[in-house]
Design a protein around this ligand. Structure first.
Ligand code: FAD
Length: 449
C-alpha cells in the first residue's frame, strides 16, 4: 500500500497552483488540488483577466470621442451599459474557469472544491473534516486585499467586489496609489464616475520610473481624476442619504457613493496551519522559501503571491512550472527574476522592464539616458493633448540597456517585444542599427536621443 494518499497535494488553484499541479500530473505524479473559491485564482476570477476586459471597455469612451475626428458620426451622448459589460466579462471568466478545470482533470489531477489547511508536514485537513496525506505539499494560496483598520472600513469594497457592482458609482474614492488603484481610477473615470484617489504619500506607483509615473499623474489630472496626497484614512461613515462620508488627514471630508480600498495585497496565510506544520513565515505572513521554492519543512513548498517575491501571474506560473519540473520531471531549474516586465493598464497604459533611472544611478558607475517624448499620430488628429514618453537606461560603460520604460498607447504590447532585447543584453547600438518601422509608435524605440 502507498505510504501517502497523493504524491502532491496543492492548496490553492490559482496561476501557480494550477500550473504546478498540471505539470506534476503530466510527469506521472498522483496529484490533488484544493480550491476554496474558484479554480483559476485571482488572475482569472478577480484580477488580470476581468480587469483587462474592463480596461478595453473603458477605452471605448475615448475612442468614441476621437472617432468624430476620423470622420465618424457619433452621437454626443453615447449610452454605456455597465451591467451588460459586467455580465459579459463574467461569462468570459466562467469560460476560462471551465477550461482550467478541464485542463487539470484531463491531466489526471483531482480537483477538491474545499478549503484545505495544513496539519503536519505531510497532512492536510479539508473543510469537510477529511484528512489526507501527501508526500509533498505545495502552498499556492496567493494574496488577499489589505484593508486599513479604520472606523467604518467595512463600508468600503476591494477589487474583489469591484467586478460585481450593480452600477458604476457616480462618485468613487480609491485609497492607494499602486497599480490596482491607478487602473481602477482609469476604468471608473472613463465610465463617467467622479474619481478621487487618495494616498498617504505624494508618490504614485513607487516602483516605476519617476518620469513615467509623473507623466501618468499629469495626464490623469488633466483628464479630471482628483488626487489627494498625504491623506491618511480617518474613517468612513454612512450619511442619512445613504452616501459615504470619508474623513482623512490634511484634507476636508469628502462624500462619495463608493470607497475602494486598493491598499496593497498581503500573503493569504491566515488560518492556514503554518504553525501546525512548522512552516516559517515572515513578518508580513509570507511563506519563507529558498530558490527552489522549498520551505524550511522539506516536504512543503510554496509558489506565487503567498511567498511575496514578485506578485505577478507569469512569475507564479514560472515558479509552479520550475517546482513541478524539478521535483517530478527530473529537470531541475530555477526562476530567473531579472528583467521581468510589468505594466499598469491605466489610461494611457505604462510598462517597464529592468532598472529605473534612480536604481541604475545607485547601482552602476555611469548611466546614459535616452528618451523620446512624442505625441502619437492618432492623438494629434484626435486633438488629444496626450504625450507618450519612452525612456531607455543604459550602462555608461558598455552601452548595455539596463532598463526600458514607457507610457503611451499600447505600451504593454510594445514593451513585451522590446523586453526580449533587454533580457538578451542588447545595447543601444543594436536599437540604433535597426531600421524604423514607419509609421508606428514603436519606431520611437529605435529613434531615441
Ligand atoms: P492566486 O491566483 O491568488 O490563487 C490562490 C488561490 O488559492 C485562490 O483561488 C484562493 O481562493 C485559493 N486559496 C487560498 N487559500 C486557500 C485554502 N486554504 N484552501 C483552498 N484554496 C485556497 N498580475 C499580472 O501579472 N498582471 C496583471 O495585470 C494583474 N492584474 C491584477 C489585477 C488585480 C485586481 C489583482 C487583484 C491582481 C492582479 N495581478 C496581476 C496579480 C495576479 O493576479 C497574481 O499575481 C496571481 O494571481 C498570483 O497567483 P497565485 O497562484 O500565487 O495566487
Amino acid at each position: 500500500m502507498a505510504q501517502y494518499d497523493y504524491d502532491l497535494f496543492t492548496i490553492g488553484a490559482g496561476s501557480g497552483g494550477v500550473r504546478a499541479s498540471r505539470v506534476a500530473a503530466s510527469h506521472g505524479a498522483k496529484v490533488a488540488i484544493a480550491e476554496e473559491h474558484r479554480v483559476g485564482g485571482t488572475c482569472v476570477i478577480r484580477g488580470c483577466v476581468p480587469k483587462k476586459l474592463l480596461v478595453y471597455g473603458a477605452q471605448f469612451a475615448e475612442d468614441l470621442k476621437d472617432a468624430r475626428c476620423f470622420g465618424w458620426d457619433v452621437p454626443d451622448e453615447c449610452n454605456f451599459d455597465w451591467q451588460r459589460l459586467r455580465d459579459n466579462v463574467m461569462k468570459e471568466v466562467d469560460r476560462i474557469n471551465s477550461v482550467y478545470r478541464e485542463t487539470l482533470t484531463n491531466h489526471g489531477a483531482e480537483i477538491i472544491d474545499e478549503r484545505a489547511e495544513l496539519v503536519g508536514p505531510n497532512e492536510v485537513k479539508l473543510a469537510s473534516g477529511r484528512t489526507v496525506s501527501a508526500k509533498h505539499i505545495l502552498i499556492a494560496t496567493g494574496a488577499t486585499p489589505h484593508v486599513p483598520d479604520c472606523p467604518g472600513h467595512e463600508l468600503g469594497i476591494t477589487s474583489n467586489e469591484a467586478f460585481h457592482l450593480d452600477a458604476v458609482p457616480k462618485r468613487i474614492l480609491i485609497a492607494g496609489a499602486g497599480y490596482i488603484a491607478n487602473e481602477f481610477a482609469g476604468i471608473f473615470h472613463e465610465f463617467g464616475a467622479k474619481v478621487t484617489l487618495i494616498n498617504r504619500t505624494d508618490v504614485i506607483l513607487r516602483q516605476y520610473d519617476h518620469q513615467i509615473r509623473d507623466r501618468l499623474l499629469q495626464i490623469s489630472m488633466m483628464k479630471g481624476i482628483d488626487f489627494r496626497f498625504h491623506a491618511e484614512f480617518r474613517g468612513i461613515e454612512k450619511t442619512e442619504n445613504g452616501c459615504l462620508n470619508v474623513s482623512m488627514t490634511n484634507h476636508e471630508d469628502i462624500e462619495v457613493d463608493c470607497v475602494l480600498f486598493a491598499t496593497g495585497r498581503v500573503p493569504n496565510t491566515g488560518g492556514l496551519g503554518l504553525e501546525a506544520a512548522g512552516v516559517e513565515y515572515d513578518e508580513k505572513g509570507a511563506v519563507r522559501v529558498d530558490e527552489w521554492s522549498k520551505t524550511n519543512v522539506p516536504s512543503i513548498y510554496a509558489v506565487g503571491d503567498v511567498t511575496n517575491r514578485m506578485q505577478l501571474t507569469p512569475v507564479a506560473i514560472r515558479e509552479g512550472q520550475a517546482f513541478a519540473d524539478t521535483l517530478f520531471g527530473d529537470n531541475p531549474h530555477q526562476v530567473d527574476y531579472e528583467n521581468v516586465p510589468s505594466a499598469v493598464f491605466s489610461h494611457p497604459p505604462m510598462a517597464g522592464v529592468g532598472m529605473t533611472e534612480s536604481e541604475a544611478k545607485e547601482t552602476l558607475g555611469s548611466v546614459k539616458i535616452y528618451q523620446s517624448d512624442f505625441r502619437a499620430m492618432k492623438n494629434v488628429l484626435a486633438n488629444r493633448n496626450e504625450r507618450g514618453l519612452y525612456k531607455m537606461i543604459c550602462d555608461g560603460e558598455n552601452g548595455k540597456i539596463v532598463g526600458l520604460h514607457m507610457i503611451g498607447p499600447e505600451a504593454p504590447e510594445i514593451l513585451q517585444a522590446a523586453a526580449i532585447a533587454v533580457k538578451a543584453g542588447l545595447t543601444k547600438q543594436a536599437f540604433d542599427d535597426t531600421v524604423a518601422l514607419h509609421p508606428s509608435m514603436a519606431e520611437e524605440l529605435v529613434l531615441m536621443k
